[in-house]
Design a protein around this ligand. Structure first.
Ligand code: ADP
Ligand code: MG
Length: 698
């Protein structure tokens, strides 16, 4: 591998301490550092005096600190940090409402020259910045800092300063520039409107003097375009290669058994929706081909994915193979088992449930049945099935991911020596753009229609002080014979406290509603027997109010439940809220989702919750979630398997993604092993970077 992938410690100016700070930002190698690109720029080409600078956005002023300190604001005596600074033309004020008390006073000593950048406003006749970008200008400023230039601002981490980062990036660049290769042949550059990659990177660190400032700050320069395209391109290339190799593999070819399909339909208490039928058709085609199926089944909560998966499973069984359903939690596995067993029985197909809770002789028998083939359909949790089970003839694996993303699990299955068809079900309506990058090697089927007769769920935001109103509503619904969920967030870091709060909440509910109504608490620390008992009692209607923490997937199907009340709803992500809401509205009655908020809401939380009120369309919610929180957060960060990009943004840069994807897949379609002369550079690049540079693929 190239020197670019050596540790960042080899860069001049980076010792163990700074290396550790950089690591926090995910910068480990020289390449990471060189490709750590500015997130914005400050225009220092035309810095005017305080009096000559008009109010407005993106202003930059250099001034000298006159005084600074903590001040108290308003009746509540809120603390703020204030700086007064001057130049020859006048004074300005800078304010921080959030600040580090020990750090700020040291920074703004009297006489220090500071560059302020941000939105300039006027307040009481004084020009002012609120939370400006700042740059402390020292005596020893090099020309980089002083010359009229576009000053790059890098994403930082605590303990690193802009100046330090600029310096070490510069050092890295000087020493390792020669190792950075342009990965594209010339005609490719022309065709895709790209510039020389190296030049693009260099000019993003240090933009040319005549660069367009607005384009720079909106990631729209040709330099940005080139780097963003590159990030997407190599990710997509890797996906295309993987897909091509899967397509080449020999797998099972199933013959569609019309008779079995008909008897399945006859066993259902409802008609399939046309979306379900269409998707079954897509799966049928895929299963009949000789290469392994690798399909993602997307469908909103309640859209009826289980039946579709079952339709595929019975086909595998009709062909003499086994099928396995893998669910993320025991409760969900049990739920699938109940649904499936009821229907499979009518078709005389034996099936079994395997979870951690199944023990002793029962467990041994299930193992035996699977190994002999006597059990054609197995349902269980991901963990259990991956670890212990030997199949006689596994033909189809159905992986229910809910909102988790288990690219790895899929691979683990492939490694079991067999090449079963794989159907991954997800209830998170992943926006297409994301599905494309994440699951670029999968075919995608979407159930985009809800079963008939589903009423839309009335969704409201209640303040903490409106609990009485909530309890009134709950009582009305109970009296109508319906059931209630009350969910409490459980955040890992404060799990103990949360659990205590959740327990108290359930006690309070019991005080209010018993003895007429029964309240039970369900949480992740309970044993599986206990969980099952509570779930079963809720399902059978013996328990009326289920108070649950969010670590428990409330992935249950209780059509009689009509209220989903979510405490501290501001602490949940949109996807999770949507999941929770999907637990009600499954029957004929009107259902409600009440999101209770504790305390003041941030702008972002308010926006999020309002989206929930406005729409029940999972795809729309997912798109919004993605744009508010960014892809990493959206998917629950790191473990999600989603690549981390340096500059690219899946929302902003969809257009580029599509082009890069097309380019990559075209190349692989014509040259799957990248053996052709014109594609040598790509192969070289992948080899050199070990496939790690852009878009790490799990
Ligand atoms: P999800 O997509 O969330 O996994 P399920 O498969 O659990 O959804 O289905 C939700 C509920 O809708 C179940 O009770 C199921 O029996 C029912 N259902 C599925 N398909 C239909 C349909 N076409 N018409 C009516 N009800 C359906
Ligand atoms: Mg489901």
């Amino acid at each position: 591998m190239s020197q670019l992938y050596t540790s960042v410690q080899y860069v001049k100016g980076v010792g163990p301490h700074i290396a550790a700070l950089l690591e926090k930002r995910g910068i480990r190698t020289v390449s990471d550092l060189i490709l750590h690109l500015p997130c914005r720029y400050i225009d220092r080409r035309r810095i005017a005096s305080i009096s000559d600078t008009p109010v407005g956005k993106e202003r930059t002023i250099i001034a000298e600190v006159v005084t600074s300190g903590v001040a108290f604001l308003g009746r509540k005596r809120k603390r703020i940090f204030e700086v007064i600074a001057k130049d020859e033309s006048g004074c300005l004020e800078a304010k921080w409402f959030h600040f580090n008390q020990s750090y700020m006073p040291k920074l703004f000593r009297k006489g220090t020259r500071v560059l302020f950048a941000g939105e300039l406003t006027e307040y009481n006749g004084m020009k002012q910045f609120v939370h400006p970008e700042i740059e402390i200008l020292g005596e020893d400023d090099d020309s980089f800092e002083l010359g009229g230039c576009l000053l790059p601002i890098y994403p930082l981490t605590e303990g690193l300063s802009q100046r330090l980062l600029r310096k070490i990036v510069k050092n890295a660049w000087e020493k390792y520039e020669k190792c950075l290769l342009n990965p594209y042949p010339n005609n490719f550059l022309k065709r895709h409107n790209l510039m020389d990659f190296k030049k693009a990177v260099s000019e993003l660190h240090l933009p040319p003097k005549d660069a367009d400032f607005d384009l720079l700050n909106t990631y729209r320069t040709e330099q940005h375009h080139t780097v963003i395209f590159t990030e997407f391109f190599f990710l997509e290339l890797a996906l295309a290669i993987r897909k091509a190799s899967i397509d080449k593999e020999k797998g099972l070819s199933f013959e569609f058994n019309e008779g079995v399909y008909k008897s399945l339909l006859a066993a259902l208490p409802f008609e399939l929706t046309s979306a379900q039928k269409r998707v079954i058709g897509e799966i049928k085609q895929d299963m009949s081909r000789v290469h392994p199926m690798n399909r993602l089944l997307q469908g909103d909560v309640g859209s009826g994915k289980t039946i579709v998966a079952l339709a595929a499973a019975v086909q595998a069984v009709a062909n003499g193979y086994q099928a396995v359903f893998m669910a993320p939690t025991e409760i969900l596995a049990e739920q699938h088992y109940r649904t499936i067993a009821a229907i499979a029985e009518k078709l005389q197909i034996p099936c079994a449930l395997l979870t951690a809770g199944v023990k002793g002789k029962m467990r041994d028998e299930i193992y035996k049945g699977i190994e002999s083939g006597a059990i054609p359909i197995l349902i269980g949790t991901h963990a259990v099935i991956q670890q212990d089970v030997k199949f006689a003839k596994l033909g189809l694996a159905i992986i229910d991911e809910q909102h988790r993303f288990g690219v790895i699990q899929r691979q683990a299955l492939h490694k079991k020596g067999v090449k079963p068809d794989v159907l991954v079900m997800t209830a998170t309506p992943i926006p297409r753009t994301l599905a494309m990058t994440l699951y670029g090697d999968l075919e995608i089927s979407v159930i985009d229609e809800m079963p008939k007769g589903r009423k839309s769920i009335i969704t409201r935001i209640y303040k903490d002080s409106e609990h009485e109103k909530l309890y009134g509503g709950i009582r009305t619904e109970l009296e109508r014979g319906h059931q209630i969920y009350v969910v409490y967030p459980l955040i890992e870091e404060s799990e103990k406290i949360d659990l205590k709060d959740a327990t108290e909440m359930s006690k309070r509910l019991a005080e209010i509603f018993s003895p007429q109504w029964r309240v039970e608490l369900l949480h992740g620390r309970m044993s599986s027997e206990e969980k099952e008992r509570v779930m079963n009692e809720f399902k059978s209607g013996k328990v009326h109010i289920l108070a649950a923490t969010s670590v428990v997937e409330v992935g249950v199907d209780v059509p009689n439940a009509t209220v989903m009340a979510i405490e501290h709803s501001e602490r949940f992500g949109l996807a999770q809220l949507h999941q929770l809401r999907g637990r009600v509205g499954r029957g004929d009655a009107q259902s409600f989702c009440i999101m209770i908020v504790g305390g003041r809401l941030s702008e972002e939380s308010r926006r999020r919750l309002n989206i929930m009120v406005e729409t029940t369309d999972g795809f729309k919610i997912a798109e919004e979630d993605l744009s508010i929180r960014g892809p990493g957060e959206f998917l629950g960060t790191r473990q999600s398997g989603i690549p981390e990009f340096k500059l690219a943004n899946l929302v902003r840069d969809v257009g580029i993604l599509q082009k890069a994807r097309q380019a990559a897949f075209e190349i692989i379609a014509n040259d799957p092993s990248l053996g052709l002369l014109q594609n040598r550079l790509f192969a070289e690049h992948i080899k050199n970077s070990g496939g790690v540079e852009f878009g790490k693929v799990a």
